[in-house]
Design a protein around this ligand. Structure first.
Ligand SMILES: Nc1ncnc2c1ncn2[C@@H]1O[C@H](COP(=O)(O)OP(=O)(O)O)[C@@H](O)[C@H]1O
Ligand SMILES: [Mg+2]
Length: 284
């Protein structure tokens, strides 16, 4: 699970950290950056799923652009941004994944990436850091990106030139690397791929439904009479349904009974029998 997200020069943020618990609620005034943080998570999800850094921001035929696209990805006037995610493995271990991207006009390139395994020690001392791979800022001018992979011995590591268009996480298939590196990358990719940003659009969710009317509204005969006096179908629905919906049939016995409690029980009983007859779930 992602435990922390850090952003630097991302959209409206200079530097910011979001601590993530199983339930995290982000509250803020309009334009305080809530959606910008979600966009950072979407970016990570996209690159872990194989999109290039450019496509992750700009979109392509199958992927919508992130809000603001290339123009607004970096905090103005910066031309690069950095994102970091801490991914928990156990109480004592987590991976730190960092990615730095340069956005220049219509071009986006990877300029830095690092994956580190952090192992915490019992008495709150600083964690032991094992850098599984890293890049060097001083080499940011070369066409490919030089990536140094840990070999388990002293020294800078084994160097491979990889593409600047994709996250290193998704370029490790063909390279021979230590098991720890491949395992770490797999775990981080899996967790990032699972990010799901649910973005409900209110006017896609609004609509007419007869079930609300049948259960919460006026007695059926009155609602039906009112609709008839407006020249609509007695069964309701904006398009004049000629037959009551399953929900309406399901709620019907409730309206003939006495107290609200009786009504609720009747609805439940009736729904249960409708459900078993139909052999599938219905929503009321
Ligand atoms: N690249 C950028 N540089 C500076 N400000 C930015 C950038 N991208 C977005 N913003 C600002 O971020 C704000 C929108 O933040 P947003 O995440 O949509 O807010 P919220 O979801 O909290 O309402 C706007 O004020 C916008 O101008
Ligand atoms: Mg928003």
């Amino acid at each position: 699970m992602i435990k922390e997200l850090r952003v630097a020069q991302w959209t409206s943020f200079d530097h910011a950290t979001l601590y993530i618990d199983p339930l995290t609620i982000v509250i803020g005034t309009n334009a305080s950056g809530k959606s910008n943080l979600l966009d950072a998570l979407s970016f990570l999800q996209r690159i872990a799923s194989g999109a290039g850094v450019f496509q992750a921001i700009n979109g392509d035929v199958a992927l919508p652009s992130l809000r603001g696209g290339m123009e607004w990805a970096c905090r103005k006037p910066a031309q690069d941004f950095e994102l970091e995610a801490l991914i928990g493995v156990s109480d004592l271990q987590e991976y730190r994944f960092r990615i730095k991207v340069q956005v220049n006009g219509s071009k986006a390139d990877l300029i830095g990436e690092e994956l580190t395994l952090l192992t915490y020690r019992p008495r709150g001392e600083a964690p032991r850091e094992q850098r599984l791979y890293h890049t060097r800022p001083e080499e940011s001018g070369s066409p490919g990106i030089g990536v140094y992979f840990q070999t388990g011995t002293q020294g800078p590591g084994k160097r491979f030139d990889l593409s600047r268009s994709y996250s290193i996480l998704t370029q490790l298939e063909t390279t021979t690397l230590r098991k720890e590196i491949k395992e770490g990358a797999r775990k981080v990719v899996e967790d990032l791929q699972q990010i799901f940003v649910f973005d409900p659009i209110p006017n896609h969710m609004r609509g007419y439904t007869i079930s609300t009317l049948a259960i919460l509204g006026a007695p059926a005969h009155r609602a039906s009479r009112d609709r008839q006096s407006r020249g609509q179908s007695p069964h309701g629905g904006p398009w004049g349904t000629t037959e009551p919906t399953r929900q309406a049939r399901c709620a019907a016995p409730a309206r003939r009974r006495g107290t609200p409690r009786d009504a609720a029980q009747a609805v439940a009983a009736s729904c249960a029998s409708t459900r078993s007859q139909a052999g599938r779930e219905i929503t009321t």
